[in-house]
Design a protein around this ligand. Structure first.
Ligand SMILES: NC(=O)c1ccc[n+]([C@@H]2O[C@H](COP(=O)([O-])OP(=O)(O)OC[C@H]3O[C@@H](n4cnc5c(N)ncnc54)[C@H](OP(=O)(O)O)[C@@H]3O)[C@@H](O)[C@H]2O)c1
Length: 249
């Protein structure tokens, strides 16, 4: 039986890309899923995939991390339906590509608010419910852009700053929660090929050779590894490295 069987997992940005892959694989591992994201239809699509594969019904909660009112509503909706939560995966973050022309105020505040303010408030709001679990974990998806002295190449300064702050959130939580059962874990992916567990590309991804680009599968496997370590082991920073540096482009 999977070590995660029966756990309740919340995943942000679960409607597509890495978040959807994480949600599907956590469900495959026996978790009940709470899928959060801005696009209800996309969440329903992922919930349908999960039901098809596992027979389990996933909960879908609309969440815009850049909007504090939406964060409060999502926290209220989740905590009113789930008396305990075991896993929170902070995956949702707005991407912003480098642009020499600069950025609108909305673009900058969206990137910063989603990754930092919204992610922090969402985590803070769910923390009392996570504390009711016997095995609570907060897992943050960082980035190689989040690492100290990371190369900026191809990434906008606001996104770079937001990701650096996400690493600080994960590290700060780890210090704040030391001595409690809650672990704060963080996985830093390189630039990824977006493959889904529902596609043949998922199987092929496991056969990639050294020097090839990373995929969602590599991140999902690192996340599952971190979550299934014995409780005294906190993998507070897993960096997924690659020969070409994993840089955008
Ligand atoms: N893909 C890569 O190469 C790569 C590399 C390093 C790190 N990462 C990190 O991995 C995570 C997932 O990336 P990805 O490549 O799958 O997705 P992505 O294409 O960068 O999209 C971002 C994800 O976050 C969600 N999101 C964006 N803004 C949001 C908001 N305001 N509120 C709630 N959710 C929001 C999106 O959902 P909706 O737009 O559907 O709401 C989507 O699921 C992100 O944290 C990203 O920074 C990705």
């Amino acid at each position: 039986m999977s070590a995660l069987q029966g756990s309740v997992a919340v995943v942000t940005g679960a409607g597509r890309g890495l978040g959807a892959a994480l949600a599907i694989c956590l469900a495959d591992a026996g978790c009940t899923l709470v899928l959060c994201g801005r696009d209800q239809q996309a969440l329903a699509g992922v919930a349908g995939t999960i039901e098809q594969r596992t027979g389990m019904q996933a909960d879908c909660v609309v969440l815009n991390l850049a909007d504090t009112a939406s964060v409060s509503q999502a926290v209220e909706s989740i905590t009113s339906r789930h008396p305990a939560l075991d896993i929170l995966v902070n995956n949702g973050a707005m991407w912003l590509e480098a642009d020499e022309q600069g950025y609108s105020a909305d673009a900058v505040s969206g990137v910063i608010n989603a990754a930092v303010t919204g992610t922090y408030l969402f985590t803070q709001g769910l923390l009392p419910t996570l504390r009711r679990s016997a095995r609570p974990d907060i897992l943050t998806i960082g980035s190689i852009s989040a690492l100290p002295n990371a190369a900026l190449q191809g990434v906008s300064v606001p996104f770079y700053a937001a990701k650096q702050a996400q690493r600080a959130l994960a590290e700060g939580l780890s210090q704040q929660l030391a001595g409690t059962p809650v672990r704060s874990l963080c996985v830093h992916p390189p630039y990824l090929d977006d493959v889904s567990p529902t596609e043949p590309a998922w199987e092929a991804a496991a056969q990639r050779q050294k020097g090839e680009r990373g995929t969602n599968r590599d991140v999902v496997e690192a996340v599952l590894f971190a979550l299934t370590r014995p409780r005294h082991v906190s993998l507070s920073s897993i960096v997924i490295d690659s020969d070409e540096g994993g840089l955008f482009g």
